[in-house]
Design a protein around this ligand. Structure first.
Ligand code: KG4
Ligand code: ZN
Length: 348
């Protein structure tokens, strides 16, 4: 077993109750209980339902993680928890649970940023993060390009979405196509049998004029509208919708913009390593496209395995372990849950 602090991490920012246990860069347990099925019929996460599900799942998920890791709670060196950003009621369940554990066990508490945790998780798979690296974070709530020098100190935002997040676009387009929530994995699967060049959907913020003002920003709402218009037009004509072709062409447009802008930002900032994280990083086309283009450009790309891209407790534990290793100060026990914790605040 590798060295390093033994850290338990708790994630409850959205609909996944995640409890991860790591020792340094080694993953020992990653227990996740999801309430996603309870939200599916609403077509999106219902905050009150998510909070209640976290409450019910918390203790059993902690117990499951400890059992898998073969540790007792008394063995841990620190407790880490997502303090934001996310749904405030959901975050509160994790933060209150982490405080109770930290206080009861007499261990330090780290309230960490969800987005920084999406970056840090890759250490569990590919070892220490290159410093600096360019992180492309794409999830249901965020799409950002970040310069990361030391993930325990802070990240430097280079650009972000000006409207919908990439995952949100996947979820909305899936809904248009009659696919279940959350739509990302369903679009990914449907696209596998479709043609990515069947429909030429727009690439947001890539025109010469847009690039002047928004070189490293994203926009996906125009793409979503273009898909809606295309589907409506086919329906008016009475033509059956080829879901696989729409999914593949839409997915291609999203991935093309994400990868293009990430490489542009890396080159502009003289960075040779790109890390892709967040739920959308589980997308098979995004992973393949980034890897292909990286080879041609002499840039290294790291993407954690899909299970570590979507929300989980291991990512929080991974960031917590790095904070302990680097001697960063823990949070106060009156740590608040901050639904809009800025990306620049790694530890609250
Ligand atoms: O990081 P995450 O689990 O939660 C947030 O922090 O938001 O990301 C969830 C998002 C959802 O929008 C979901 O549709 C998307 O990630 N997603 C995917 C895939 N798997 C999950 N999007 C595209 N392709 C996938 N395979
Ligand atoms: Zn996330």
């Amino acid at each position: 077993m590798s060295d390093g602090p033994l850290v338990l991490g708790i994630e409850t920012s959205c609909d996944e109750t995640g409890v991860g246990i790591v020792r340094g860069h080694t993953l020992l347990a990653d227990a996740v209980a999801s309430s996603v099925d309870e939200h599916a019929r609403f077509g999106g996460v219902v905050p009150e339902v998510a909070s209640r599900a976290h409450l019910e799942a918390m203790v059993p998920t902690i117990e499951r993680a400890c059992e898998t890791a073969g540790i007792s709670l008394h063995d841990v060196d620190a407790i880490a928890v997502t303090s934001g950003p996310g749904l405030v009621g959901a975050l509160l369940v994790g933060v209150a649970s982490a405080k109770a554990l930290a206080l009861g066990l007499g261990k330090p508490l780290y309230g960490v940023n969800h987005l920084a945790a999406h970056v840090a998780v890759d250490q569990l798979e590919h070892g220490p993060l290159p410093e600096p690296c360019l992180a492309l974070l794409v999830s249901g709530g965020h799409s950002s390009l970040l310069r990361v020098e030391d993930v325990t100190v802070g990240v430097d935002p280079l650009g972000a979405t000006i409207d919908d997040a990439a995952g949100e676009a996947f979820d909305k387009v899936a809904r248009l196509l009659g696919l279940p929530f959350p739509g990302g994995p369903h679009i990914d699967r449907a696209a596998a049998s479709g043609s990515s060049v069947a429909i030429d959907f727009p690439r947001g913020l890539t025109s010469r004029k847009d690039v002047e003002r928004h070189r490293f920003d994203f926009s996906f709402s125009g793409l979503k509208t273009a898909v809606a218009r295309w589907v409506e037009a086919q329906q008016r004509l009475g033509t059956p919708i080829d879901v696989a072709d729409v999914a593949a062409s839409f997915q291609e447009a999203v991935c093309d913009v994400l990868v293009r802008k990430a490489f542009d930002a890396a080159q502009f900032h003289g960075i040779d390593d790109i890390l892709i994280g967040g739920g959308v990083a589980a997308n098979s086309r995004l992973r393949a496209m980034a890897t292909e283009r990286a080879e041609a450009r002499g840039i290294r790309v790291r993407v954690p395995r899909p299970g570590l891209c979507t929300d989980n407790g291991a990512m929080v534990a991974a960031l917590g372990a790095e904070l302990v290793t680097r001697g960063r100060a823990p949070s106060a026990l009156d740590l608040p849950a901050d639904s809009s914790q800025p990306i620049t605040t790694v530890v609250a």
